[in-house]
Design a protein around this ligand. Structure first.
Ligand code: PEP
Ligand code: MN
Length: 344
C-alpha cells in the first residue's frame, strides 16, 4: 500500500502520519521524497490498515493498494528513477553507463591491456570474471582470488571501477573489500541465501536476469536484496532461453520498457551473452540504447580466438571503439532515452 502526500506537505505532518500508521498496524513505513511527490510506502501486513482513515488526513492526496508482490523495487513506491552511485560514476542517471571487458580475467597483461583500450573508447566500468560459472566442470573456472588481484591492478592502472561475479556467500567480505560492483549472474538470480546476504551490504549489486526467469521473478530477486537494506540494485537483461537455436539466448528488449514502467531501478542490457555471436553485439547494443537502457555490458577481448571463455561472443577493442562512436552519434542526434512511465 502507498500513501501519496499532497505537494508541499510539511515534513512534520508526514512524520506524524508515518508514526501513527506504524503504531496502529504491523507495518513499517518508508518515506520517499520524490521530485514532485512525497510517497509513504507501507511494507508488511497491510490487511489491517484502514485506508479511509488515512485518506481523511488533510495532507493525503491518495491511498493505493499495491497489487504486485514486489514493493521496494516497485515504481509506485518510488516514482523517480534510482541512480546508483559508484565512486565518481553512476548508473541510472542521464548518461549511458557502459561496462566492458573480457568474459574472464586471464592474465595481468590481458586485463590491463583490455582495460586501457575500453577506457580510451569511453567505457566507464571494467568487467572481468574471476569466479566463472561454467556449464562444464572441465572448462576453465576462472583465476579466482588471483583474478580479483589482477582486476585491482587494472583498476589502479586505469581508474575504472571493477565489476565481477560472486558465486557464493563465503566470498562476500572479500568482494565488499575489493570490488566496486558485485555481479550476481543469471545462474544465481534465485540463490536467495546469496541475495539476502548481499542485502546486508551497501555495495552496488548488478543482478542479471535468470535464463528462464520472468520479469516479475527478476524484480522479486531485487526485492530480496532491497528488503535487507541495500537499495543499490542494477538490473540486467541478458537474454532468455526460448525455442530459437541460432542465438545463444533471445534478447528480450521489451523487458527494458516493461521494467522501466514497473520499477525505478536502473536497467542495463548485455547483448554479448544474449546473442552469443560477436557480430550481433553491435546492432543489439544500439537497439538496447534506442529502447532506453541505462547502460550496456559488453564482452571485449584483445584475442577472442584464444580467449579462455566466451571468445565467440567477444568483440575486439577496435569494434568496441566503433560501436561507442556510433552510440555517441545516436545520442548526440538528440535521441531521447526517457520515458514518461509514471503517467502511462
Ligand atoms: C557473465 O557476465 O560473464 C556471465 C556469466 O553472464 P550470465 O550470468 O548472464 O550468463
Ligand atoms: Mn561470458
Amino acid at each position: 500500500m502507498i500513501v501519496i502526500m499532497k505537494p508541499k506537505s510539511p515534513l512534520k505532518e508526514i512524520m506524524m502520519l508515518k508514526q501513527k500508521i506504524e503504531m496502529d498496524n504491523d507495518v513499517s513505513v518508508n518515506v520517499i521524497q520524490g521530485k514532485e511527490y512525497c510517497v509513504l510506502g507501507l511494507i508488511g501486513d497491510t490487511t489491517t490498515v484502514d485506508a479511509g482513515k488515512i485518506r481523511a488526513n488533510e495532507f493525503v492526496e491518495n491511498v493505493k493498494k499495491v497489487q504486485q508482490p514486489y514493493k521496494l523495487s516497485n515504481r509506485l513506491f518510488h516514482p523517480d528513477n534510482t541512480v546508483v552511485k559508484i565512486k565518481d560514476g553512476s548508473i541510472g542517471g542521464d548518461e549511458l553507463a557502459v561496462i566492458a571487458g573480457p568474459c574472464s580475467v586471464e592474465s595481468e597483461e590481458q586485463i590491463v591491456s583490455i582495460a586501457k583500450d575500453v577506457k580510451k573508447s569511453g567505457a566507464k566500468f571494467l568487467r572481468g570474471g574471476a569466479f566463472k560459472p561454467r556449464t562444464s566442470p572441465y572448462s576453465f573456472q576462472g583465476l579466482r582470488v588471483r583474478g580479483l588481484e589482477l582486476l585491482k591492478i587494472a583498476r589502479e592502472e586505469t581508474g575504472l571501477p571493477i565489476v565481477t561475479e560472486i558465486m557464493s556467500t563465503d566470498m562476500i567480505d572479500r568482494f565488499v573489500e575489493d570490488v566496486d560492483i558485485i555481479q550476481v549472474g543469471a545462474r544465481n538470480m534465485q540463490n536467495f541465501e546469496l541475495l539476502k546476504q548481499l542485502g546486508k551490504t551497501k555495495k552496488p549489486i548488478l543482478l542479471k536476469r535468470g535464463i528462464s526467469a520472468t520479469i516479475e521473478e527478476l524484480l522479486m530477486s531485487a526485492e530480496y536484496i532491497m528488503s535487507g537494506g541495500n537499495e543499490n540494485v542494477i538490473l540486467c537483461e541478458r537474454g532468455i532461453r526460448t525455442f530459437e537455436t541460432y542465438t545463444r539466448n533471445t534478447l528480450d528488449l521489451s523487458a527494458v520498457p516493461v521494467i522501466k514502467k514497473l520499477s525505478h531501478l536502473p536497467v542495463i542490457v548485455d547483448p554479448s551473452h544474449a546473442a552469443g555471436i560477436w557480430w550481433m553485439v553491435e546492432p543489439l547494443a544500439k537497439a538496447a540504447v534506442a529502447v532506453g537502457a541505462d547502460g550496456l555490458m559488453i564482452e571485449v577481448h584483445n584475442d577472442p580466438v584464444n580467449a579462455k571463455c566466451d571468445g565467440q561472443q567477444s568483440i575486439k577493442p577496435k569494434v568496441f571503439q566503433k560501436l561507442m562512436k556510433d552510440i555517441d552519434k545516436m545520442i548526440n542526434a538528440g535521441m531521447s532515452r526517457e520515458y514518461d512511465v509514471v503517467n502511462i
